[in-house]
Design a binder for this molecule. Sequence first.
Ligand code: PRE
Length: 284
Amino acid sequence: MSRPPASLDSLRDEIDALDDQMLDLLMQRCAVVDRIAAAKQGGPILRPGREAMILRRLVGRWKGSMPKRNLVRIWRELLSGLVGVQGPFSIAVWMPERGAGYLEVARNQYGAYTPTSSHQSPSQVVREVTSGNATVGILPLPRWEDEAPWWPLILSNAPDAPHIVARLPLTGPGPMGIEALAIACMTPEQTEDDHSVLAVETGPDISRSAFTDVLTTAGLPPRAVWDARPTADDARIHVIEVRGFVQPDDTRLLALRGASDGGGIRNALLLGAYATPLPADALE
Ligand SMILES: O=C(O)C(=O)C[C@]1(C(=O)O)C=C[C@@H](O)C=C1
C-alpha cells in the first residue's frame, strides 16, 4: 500500500488538534452542567424547552458541510448524557410490536445509553412515568381510532402530574413517518415557538362549528382535534392542539371554563405543550 501524501498527514494532524480542542470544550461544558445541577437544588434535571432552544440556535448557526440532522444527533446524545449525570434518568417507550419505530425515536432523542424499558400498552407507559419508575414516557400521538386512549390517564391539574413536554422527532417525522409525544411529571416549559395540547370537556351534543367558535373566541383556535371521547357522566372530552404556549393557569383557559355559550364548554385542562419540531427547511 502506498503511503498517504504528506498533505493528508498534516490535515489529519489538524483534525487531531481540533478534536483535542473540542474535547477540552466538552469537558468545560460538562463542568458548567455540574454547576447548573448544584444550582437547581432539586429542580427538574430534564429541561425539554431549554434543550429545544439550544438546538434551534445551533442549527441556525451551523454552516459546516455535515448535514444539520447529524449535528442534532450529536447534541441529543450530549444533552441526554448530561441529564443522566444530574440524577436518575430513564425512558419508558410504547412498543406495540418489534420494529414499530418508537424505540428509535426515543433513543434518537434521549440517547443510546439512557436506560429504556419498552411496554406493549400506552397505559403501562403512563403508569411507569406516574409511579416515578421512568422519567419520560414515549407515546403515540392520540388518534380517533385508538381503542384505549392514554390521554385520559393524564387529565390532572396537579403541576407534578405527567404532562406532554415534547413532540418527537425534533427534526420532524423520520423515514417511517413515526411521530411521538414525550410525557414527564413536570410543568411544560415555554420556548419561542410552541404548540399546546388541551383537553376540553363539553356537553355531549356540541356541534363542531360551535366548539370551534367558542375556542376561537377564548383566543385558542384549534389547529387540530386529535380525539374526542364520551365520558361516564354524559359529557365529551376533546383533545385539541393549539398554536403557542398555554400556561396551566392561562387566562384563556380560565375564559374557556367560564364561557357562557349555552352549556357547551364544561371544563378545560392543559395536557401539555411542546417546542414545535424544526421545519424541513431549517434542516437544509
Ligand atoms: O440548563 C439546564 O438546566 C441543564 O441541565 C443543562 C442542559 C445542557 O447540557 O445544556 C442539560 C440538560 C437539560 O435538559 C438542559 C440543558
